[in-house]
Design a binder for this molecule. Structure first.
Ligand code: SME
Length: 170
């Protein structure tokens, strides 16, 4: 009970910087750490992180796809996790689309123009650019953080740097 009250208070105190993109990330990261440190459940943390990123930057779609546990027998697919934004595809095959590519490569993929990315999966026709950051545990990708923008070329090395830190925190 005490813990829930503390979390509600933290959520109410969520501060969004009015500065540059880098300043926004710098202000956001410790707040993400504070929220995640108090909770061990990955889904709950993904939900709050999706919300905090989405609220801070006003992205078009912000969310997670999870690699299901091996015992589910579905390990070739990413499955939709917590997100903010419009309806999304529920399963993405390994190596397919931007998400499946980031999973297969085990590294961040930045796509300045989704129409120029072969195999891009258009969950929303309004998405124009995208970044996908793998989340790893013991060296294995367990999920990806996927962010879509309605503008071209929204994401750069600044986003990569800070979103990879977010992935570390998770
Ligand atoms: N565009 C992604 C699919 C997920 S949606 O953007 C939410 C891709 O190509 O993997």
């Amino acid at each position: 009970m005490g813990l829930s009250i503390l979390k509600i208070c933290m959520a109410e105190e969520f501060i969004i910087s009015s500065g540059s993109k880098e300043e926004k990330y710098r202000e956001l990261l410790p707040q993400i750490k504070a929220v995640v440190e108090g909770e061990s459940d990955l889904i709950a943390n993904m939900a709050n992180v999706a919300s905090m990123l989405h609220e801070t930057f006003g992205f078009w779609w912000t969310g997670f796809y999870r690699v299901p546990p091996p015992q589910d027998g579905q390990e070739d697919f990413l499955i939709l996790g917590p997100f903010q934004g419009p309806l999304a595809c529920t399963r993405i095959k390994k190596g397919k689309g931007v998400c499946g590519t980031a999973w297969e490569r085990g590294e961040t993929v930045i796509v300045p123009d989704v129409d120029a990315f072969p195999g891009h999966i258009a969950c929303s026709s309004l998405s124009r650019s995208e970044i996908v950051v793998p989340i790893k545990k013991d060296g294995e990708v367990v999920a990806v953080l996927d962010i879509d923008s309605k503008e071209l070329a929204t994401f750069d090395e600044v986003d990569k740097k800070y979103l990879e830190e977010v992935a570390e925190v998770l």
